[in-house]
Design a binder for this molecule. Structure first.
Ligand SMILES: Cc1cc2nc3c(=O)[nH]c(=O)nc-3n(C[C@H](O)[C@H](O)[C@H](O)COP(=O)(O)OP(=O)(O)OC[C@H]3O[C@@H](n4cnc5c(N)ncnc54)[C@H](O)[C@@H]3O)c2cc1C
Length: 549
């Protein structure tokens, strides 16, 4: 049990006395299920969440929350908590044997509300999400384990087991966020395959007492003197907890490696004998990279680890799961409100499967570099590391974990790819920028999200605003101080979008670019809006929307 964290215990929810019917049931109150439930609830959707446990996830799990994830949590009202409690960092250093090979800066430019990364134990994030879910009216049911699931064209029927007995509930939509060992995935008989990496890693979370010999940076060692032949990764977390990952090799004995008499000498060799520390948490893990073939199966939709799994190198598991939730919540809310056909949800699958493939590719490459298979791969790896100390060209070849970046859904069926070349192409999350709002310092992204927005790089234009289809609000951004517009005083908003004067960007409710217009034209705008809602061409031409299953 960690000494630095008081683990909350939530009361088991009462057991319903008869069958129930709900529009949306989320399976699993982990990082992803909670984010999804919160986003849906803030969009006015009634959500029930079932979880078999009565607490947040403990032990060594996610610590690195990436900028895009922080922006999503910002949209959900939690951004300040991450910034206040989390450890902000952006510098990484790579060491080879006994010397530094090079350092890198993950976010070299200023002018973003959120940094490249914040380190924070996953349990804090979940605890805050629970609080926010309760405040938003989510029906959170702890100690309700799903033991049976059957799905059909109209939804899913679940059996839940509670301390006081079982009950049955019907869901119009079932969102499976029940983690890597997903019961729902297994019950539906869906294959979840991919390679197991034949290596083991020891995670030691330690509290360092007194002076700390490291700055707030990510340090990665290949073949260091204190752990020869293997790799070591170091990260700082809040509460003076440090995460140290030791590569162990496939032949190691996981049970023996977890014993304090094995762990303490490893940590002491790394920190130096004079640095006092206490073990906070120790675990040994192996990992796999895999995904479901499809994330949407009619009325059952998978997100997070239930849908895809990657190695921890690159911090892509939890970050991509939160980004799944960001992608799915608005789409499902629009479908439930009758604002879009259910076909919109297929774009969730298309976009997030592409994201999972990108993450799996990066994660696999990192793993192959960190744990080379065979003598030739190791010789190549060591040569690259030697060269990287002296030659910048070799540094991009070093792969100690390409750190999570949001996927650009460039091939999304929701994109309208006309507009201008360069800048933030359709499918990209909108970049942030500092602005002045009524003379006060503010951030662009705080004004985007929730619903569709047309970001117009020009002064307020009532005639243009009047032509916008219902459901799109205009947001004007100007290079000068103009009443009724955000003032792009540093010019960064226009520069990051590469927007011409008078140009406009249609943004989806998840802050992704849907379309760009050199000159906003009502017909083109309407067509792009309908495309972003997966409305068919007959609707675009003014016809009736087809009912869609
Ligand atoms: C060592 C390690 C380090 C990591 N580091 C990072 C990192 O730095 N950054 C990052 O982004 N990611 C990281 N990850 C990955 C991250 O922890 C996961 O991707 C994330 O927890 C996935 O969240 P989830 O909600 O999909 O699943 P989970 O967190 O596993 O949640 C699933 C929930 O479903 C519940 N559940 C399961 N079965 C049932 C059932 N039958 N009925 C009801 N409830 C059920 C469980 O109790 C649980 O609460 C790391 C993982 C590991 C192991």
């Amino acid at each position: 049990m960690p000494s630095t964290y008081a683990q909350p215990r939530y009361a088991a929810a009462p057991t319903p006395t008869g069958p129930e019917h709900h529009p949306v049931v989320v399976a699993g109150a982990g990082l992803v299920g909670l984010t999804l439930a919160l986003d849906l609830a803030r969009r006015g959707v009634r959500v029930v969440v079932l979880d078999d446990d009565d607490t947040v996830s403990l032990g060594s799990r996610a610590i690195c929350f990436a900028k895009r994830t922080l922006e999503i949590f910002g949209r959900l009202g939690l951004g300040a908590r991450f910034l206040d409690k989390g450890i902000t960092w952006k510098t990484g250093r790579v060491f080879h044997r006994d010397r530094e090979a090079y350092a890198f800066d993950l976010l070299p430019e200023d002018g973003h509300e959120y940094p490249a990364f914040v380190n924070l134990q996953q349990y804090y994030a979940e605890e805050w999400l629970v609080e926010a879910c309760i405040a938003a009216g989510v029906d959170l049911r702890w100690k309700h384990r799903i033991t049976k699931v059957a799905h059909d064209a109209d939804g899913a029927t679940l059996r839940a087991q509670t301390p006081d007995g079982d009950y049955v509930l019907r869901a119009d939509w079932l969102l499976a966020c029940d983690g890597a060992r997903s019961f729902i995935r297994d019950s539906l008989g869906l294959p979840f395959t991919g390679p197991v990496f034949r290596d083991r890693f020891l995670i030691a979370d330690v509290v360092i007492r007194g002076d700390v010999p490291f700055p707030t940076e990510r340090w990665f060692w290949f073949d260091p003197p204190f752990h020869p032949g293997r790799s070591v990764l170091l990260h700082k977390q809040p509460d003076n907890v440090w995460r140290i990952d030791f590569q162990l090799g496939w032949d190691s004995d996981p049970e023996a490696e977890k014993r304090p008499e094995k762990v303490i000498p490893r940590v002491a060799a790394m920190l130096g004998a004079e640095v006092p520390f206490d073990l906070e948490w120790v675990s040994v893990y192996t990992f796999r990279c895999r995904r479901l073939e499809r994330f949407r199966h009619g009325r059952v939709i998978f997100a997070g680890d239930a849908a895809h799994q990657v190695s921890p190198f690159g911090a892509r598991g939890g970050n991509s799961g939160v980004q799944d939730a960001d992608n799915l919540a608005w789409k499902l809310a629009f479908v439930l409100a009758g604002r879009a056909p259910a076909a919109l949800l297929d774009s969730y699958g298309a976009e997030r499967v592409a994201a999972a493939d990108e993450n799996i590719l990066h994660s696999t490459r990192s793993t192959d570099f960190i744990a080379p298979k065979g003598a030739a791969a190791r010789a190549y790896r060591d040569a690259v590391l030697d060269l990287s100390a002296r030659h910048a060209f070799a540094r991009p070849l070093v792969n100690s974990g390409r750190l999570s970046r949001p996927t650009i859904h460039a091939d999304s069926p929701l994109n309208d790819v006309t507009g201008w070349p360069g800048g933030t192409v359709p499918g990209t999350p909108a970049p942030d920028a500092p602005v002045l709002s009524d003379g006060r310092p503010d951030w662009l992204l705080r004004h985007i999200g929730g619903d569709f927005k047309l970001l117009v790089f020009g002064p307020p234009d009532a005639a243009l605003a009047a032509t916008l289809p219902a459901g799109i609000a205009a947001l004007f951004v100007t290079a000068e101080d103009v009443p009724g517009a955000l003032w792009d005083h540093a010019g960064l908003a226009a520069a990051r979008f590469a927007a011409p004067r008078g140009g406009a960007v249609l943004l989806r409710p998840d802050q992704h670019v849907a379309a760009r217009f050199v000159t906003p034209d009502p017909a083109a705008l309407r067509a792009a809006f309908h495309r972003a809602l997966a409305l068919g061409p007959e609707r675009i031409a003014g016809g009736r929307e087809r009912p869609d299953a």
